[in-house]
Design a protein around this ligand. Structure first.
Ligand code: 6PG
Length: 238
């Protein structure tokens, strides 16, 4: 099932995403003892991460949650462009959130090898399905590091993690979960926030073949739930 939820501000979206994450991760922990959560890079989900750290740090046992970064730029952890670095420095500010278990890509490796290595780390966890996946959207409709026209998006693959070269959004070398990995998702939450995303999101609602709309379709076709969380700035009905 796909659902669109409209909120007033990006802050309201962040609040809704944080509440939803706590509910779903807690449910997974109650059911299986652990929970898996794929994190989105970029700036859109940062407000929601901050809310979790500030207001939800004691909402569940974070040591039972394994976090997987959905895509990573091939830079060291302490580089300003590192998705893992940005999010983990935020989580580490709180003693409870600091307890999550991280699956971290080794960005010191060659990009192809790093993708394989990360896929093996994920496979070793035997998640079955990811309980929750957060994704952002780029102005061009990319999601994860799957960009329109880039082979990481256009070439079908059985691999769960793909190397990415020539990303139009710097840095140009990355690794990313593939569309294949999105076949194994219980719930996908897409951060549709900010005026700069209006056009891409409208295209996505019209079912044009953008990475973010294909990602959403893959999850839904394979039985997952998809929630698009919009703020007013990102919604354009004209
Ligand atoms: C990345 C991403 C990417 C991001 C979108 C949106 O590493 O760049 O994970 O897919 O989510 O580009 O980024 P913003 O939220 O910063 O606009």
């Amino acid at each position: 099932m796909t659902e669109i939820r409209n909120y007033h501000t990006a802050d309201d979206v962040a609040q809704a995403a944080a509440e939803n994450a706590v509910e779903l991760l807690q449910l997974a922990i109650e059911t299986k003892g652990t929970a898996s959560w794929v994190l989105a890079g970029g700036s859109s989900p940062m407000l929601a991460y901050k809310k979790l750290v500030k207001d939800f740090y004691n909402a569940l046992d974070w040591s039972k949650v394994t976090v997987v970064i959905g895509d990573e730029r091939m830079v060291p952890l302490d580089h300003k462009d590192s998705n893992t670095g940005m999010i983990s420095s935020l989580f580490n500010k709180n003693v409870e959130l600091a307890k999550v278990k991280w699956l971290i890509p080794n960005t010191a490796l060659d990009t192809v090898i790093a993708a394989r290595d990360y896929a093996a780390k994920i496979a070793a966890e035997n998640f079955g399905e990811f309980d929750l996946v957060w994704l952002g959207v780029g102005e061009d409709g990319h999601t994860l590091s799957l960009f329109p026209g880039n082979v990481a998006f256009t070439e079908p693959t059985e691999e769960w993690v793909v190397p990415v070269y020539d990303s139009p959004k710097p840095p140009s070398e990355r690794i990313s979960l593939s569309l294949k990995a999105l076949e194994y998702v219980d719930e996908l939450v897409i951060f549709a926030v900010g005026a700069s995303k209006q056009d891409a999101l409208k295209e996505a609602r019209l079912k044009r073949l953008l990475p973010v709309s294909v990602a959403s379709d893959v999850v839904e076709t394979n039985g997952g739930e998809v929630r698009w969380l919009y703020d007013e700035a990102a919604w354009n009905d004209d």
